[in-house]
Design a binder for this molecule. Structure first.
Ligand SMILES: [Zn+2]
Length: 67
């Protein structure tokens, strides 16, 4: 169990049990909802968004954006 709310690509990869590059590519493809403070900056991924991605679902923000 983790009390982390925000993940970096490396901690997200650890959490999702995949490679950090997989997380990075998913963020860039907008498959996984990640945020950047500035263009080309470090990605931050909210744990709720990460949970949705692990389950192959869209997070609440993506659903809201698509509606
Ligand atoms: Zn989200």
């Amino acid at each position: 169990m983790s009390d982390r709310t925000w993940h970096s690509t490396s901690t997200a990869a650890d959490y999702a049990d995949c490679h950090p590059v997989t997380v990075l590519k998913a963020c860039e493809a907008e498959e996984l909802h990640g945020v950047q403070r500035k263009a080309r900056g470090r990605w931050r991924i909210h744990v709720d968004c990460l949970d949705a991605w692990i389950k192959g679902q869209r997070c609440e923000h993506q659903k809201a954006g698509a509606a």
